[in-house]
Design a protein around this ligand. Sequence first.
Ligand code: GLY
Length: 369
Amino acid sequence: MQKIKVEIPACPKSSYTIAIDNDFLPSVLSQIKKLLPGKELFLITDVNIAKTKHLKNLLGRENVPRFIISPAGEKSKNIKTVTKIVEEMEKKSLGRDCAVIALGGGTVGDIAGFVAAIYKRGVPVIQIPTTTVAQADSAVGGKTGVDSSISKNAFGIFKNPAAVFIDVNTLKTLDEKQFNSGLVESIKHGLIADANYLTYLQKNLKGILARKQKPLEYIAVKNCKIKAAVVGSDPCEKNKRRILNYGHTIGHAIESASNYKLLHGQAVAIGIIAANIIEQKLGLGGKERLQVLKRLFGELNISLKIPKNITKRQILDIISRDKKAVQKWPRFVLLEKTGKVLCKNGQFAHQVERKIVEEAINILIKENY
Ligand code: GLY
């Protein structure tokens, strides 16, 4: 087992450990009990996970009260689901001495973390991510929340987990589309922080796609190390943490404009191409990187087509409400080179002229890159 500590110097009490291993779910419940002695546990998962062996592997014969989110996925990531879960916890008479376990992908983790943050003014949450996107990104760093009918994560709060347990064996039951799309967050980590990691991903993609244990463990460790270093230094996204949003400004807009028909990773892949087009227009280079990215996304079978019903105007409207927007215009994270984010005057997100962004969206829509 490998352990990575997420040190948060600004709030040492919120520091936590990520444990990474293969096929160790059956031992996780006893580890949680040791970490949170005397806490009554409440588990949140979804219908997809409930059908797999993971739930049984985690709980064994223990009768842990639970809530099963249905349907699985972004459609359930709303305040109605939060209300149902909170009321279920109240019906079970759970007090502030309870703790929430999130077993599942990004949606489960985001909802469960949010519930834990607000239930009786806050109880601990343990994240057990089971998807590539959650293991690489969403289970680490404490971002929790649900969507409004207008935008993604409109209800949100930072809630660091008490611990994260990553069992790479859980990825074996994930469908191919979800598995591949989640790998985009790993590619993003290579782009923003470590060019050698991007090369590793290119060279070892076959083993990763075959879900071989070694490369899955390798990328889990690498992703968590990269993410831990960033979120430890800037837990509440005042500045540096924005680098984790590379490709997400236009990516999130396309994801919500598609009414979540596009998976997060696919939308972020398109957003990464958008960022690259902007970088090239600003004279930051990136032409060769674009070829590498197109090849990688192609090998992952990720279509970079923006659905026909999504217009430039819609994308511009949504990005004007981005959380990084200043005077209704977003800030963009850009690369200086592969593995290094552009930092100017100590800032990691930059203003880009509307004309350039519009041109980039036109190029994207026409797939003329
Ligand atoms: N997913 C981006 C972040 O955690 O900041």
